[in-house]
Design a protein around this ligand. Structure first.
Ligand code: 5GP
Ligand code: MG
Ligand code: MG
Length: 182
């Protein structure tokens, strides 16, 4: 069973639900009549993206990007690679990037600069989790769900070697999981 490999739960399903409602309402007010383009960074942001966008009571559009900075495991490689680009032109658009987590900040710095270079009118970042202790470049999210300590987290989109994304909460794995392969 998936649950038996979890050492502790840091953010419950209920807490994520309440926070998404709060952020959804805030974005609804701030983006009323702006028709924002909401960009999910695949795959990790999918559960949060679904949770957040269904709570926005204003017109939005959706698009998806795949970038990679991790190559499996728990360490960042430091290099950001574009794997799937947007289908939508962003020139003149108000863009909201939706991320699962900011750690070093490299992924979001790369994405924000790319979208501004393409002449987006505005680029804001909403992230489910912020781990400020991990930062190596200067960037911050405009909207943060939960600020958490520098641990390797799984669940609600966050994976360990592609597993655990489907957990309905955010937690930390037992050490033994990293010794044997799942
Ligand atoms: P950054 O570029 O800010 O270092 O990291 C961005 C990406 O690294 C995230 O979108 C996520 O895919 C991955 N990442 C960073 N920290 C964690 C973590 O604690 N757990 C998991 N599963 N992925 C992480
Ligand atoms: Mg991500
Ligand atoms: Mg990952």
């Amino acid at each position: 069973m998936l649950e038996t490999t979890i050492k502790k739960v840091l953010v419950t399903e209920e807490e994520i639900c309440v926070k998404s409602q709060e952020l959804g309402q805030l974005l609804t007010m701030e983006y009323a009549d702006k028709n924002p383009l909401m960009v999910a960074i695949l795959k990790g942001s999918i559960p949060f993206f679904a949770e957040l966008t269904k709570r926005m009571g204003t017109h939005i559009e959706m698009d998806f990007m795949v970038v990679s900075s991790y190559h499996g495991g728990t360490q960042s490689s430091g290099e950001v690679k574009m794997i799937k680009d947007l289908d939508t032109a962003v020139e003149g658009r108000n863009v909201i990037i939706v991320e699962d987590i900011i750690d070093t900040g490299r992924t979001l710095l790369y994405l924000k600069e790319l979208l501004l270079h393409r002449k987006a009118k505005s680029v804001k970042i909403v992230t489910l989790v912020d781990k400020p202790e991990g930062r190596v470049v200067e960037i911050d999210a405009d909207y943060v769900g939960f600020t958490l300590p520098n641990e390797f987290l799984v669940g609600f989109g966050l994976d360990y070697d592609e597993h655990y994304r489907n957990l309905p909460y955010i937690g930390v794995l037992k050490e033994e999981v990293y010794q044997t392969n799942v």
